[in-house]
Design a protein around this ligand. Structure first.
Ligand SMILES: NC(=O)c1ccc[n+]([C@@H]2O[C@H](COP(=O)([O-])OP(=O)(O)OC[C@H]3O[C@@H](n4cnc5c(N)ncnc54)[C@H](OP(=O)(O)O)[C@@H]3O)[C@@H](O)[C@H]2O)c1
Length: 248
């Protein structure tokens, strides 16, 4: 298959951990330039250094995706340093599961701010550049929870359904600009995500579940590679995957 990854400039939100971190390493190994955004400056700077020491191209830009100006700065920095943005991976997210009756209103607000507004701010930052060059991919991370609802998952599922809605509307709207839009909807994959649960009883249950069911984060990186590696006339709109043993 033709190599459509080498030389591309990929901006990744939530690059300090989990999917973002493994994707940065994987895409860099395949020849992409990676621009890393997250709040944990030390972690993304260390990762960028590690990639550069291996001969890759990377930079780190401290970014809180709930701040539209910081997300704009992340994308602007990529274009300033590397000349363009080919791919935006809207990946930053958290999963503060709890039943609604726990009234964890701060969790609801954070979940909406990061998982929904963060994705919209990414679109706002990348779209002007992609429209201008009539090319680009905006890849956003939803979840199996963006397809199914279960108790404790109301706000998280709502945020991940929203990611699919935003991405599908964007897909239809950006046809004139040749921009491609994708969603990756993973099931249980081993990352730090369960640590974002603040309800103790729920946290314990989910940690146990992940310990028994979760698969390696390579699964995500391979899905991402597939999407970015397609030629420009193929727009992969969604990959939904689960651990083989996952029931829900
Ligand atoms: N792992 C799974 O089973 C699974 C399944 C389905 C979907 N997902 C989705 O995958 C995405 C990545 O999660 P993960 O599994 O890799 O979890 P993770 O290891 O906890 O990583 C989450 C990342 O999001 C970043 N983040 C959180 N709040 C942020 C903010 N306000 N601004 C910027 N970055 C922020 C974190 O960086 P900082 O704390 O440094 O900012 C971190 O890099 C999320 O959208 C999640 O919902 C994961």
């Amino acid at each position: 298959m033709q190599d459509n990854i080498k030389g591309k400039v990929v901006v990744i939100t939530g690059a300090s951990s989990g999917f973002g971190e493994i994707s940065a390493r994987h895409l860099s190994d395949l020849g992409a330039t990676v621009v890393l955004g997250a709040r944990s400056t030390d972690k993304i700077e260390k990762l960028a250094e590690e990639i550069k020491n291996k001969g890759g191209k990377a930079s780190a830009v401290t970014t809180d995706v709930t701040d539209v100006n910081q997300v704009k700065n992340l994308v602007d920095s990529a274009v300033k340093e590397f000349g363009e943005i080919d791919v935006l991976l809207n990946n930053a997210g958290l999963m503060p599961l709890s039943p609604l009756e726990y009234l964890k209103i701060e969790d609801w607000d954070r979940c909406i701010d990061v998982n929904i507004k963060g994705v919209l701010y990414g679109v706002a930052a990348a779209l002007p550049y992609m429209k201008e060059k009539k090319s680009g991919q905006i890849i956003s991370v939803s979840s199996v929870a963006g397809h199914t609802i279960s108790p404790g998952g109301a706000v998280y599922s709502a945020s991940k359904y929203a990611v699919r809605v935003i991405s599908e509307a964007l897909r239809q709207e950006v046809k004139p600009y040749n921009i491609r839009t994708s969603v990756i909807s993973p099931g249980a994959v081993a990352t730090n995500l369960p640590n974002s649960i603040t309800a103790e009883d729920v946290s314990k249950g989910i940690h146990d579940y992940y310990e028994k069911n979760a698969i390696s984060a390579d699964s995500f990186a391979r899905s991402l590679e597939f999407i970015i590696n397609q030629p420009e006339d193929m727009d992969v709109n969604e990959i939904l995957f689960r651990p083989t043993i996952q029931q829900l």
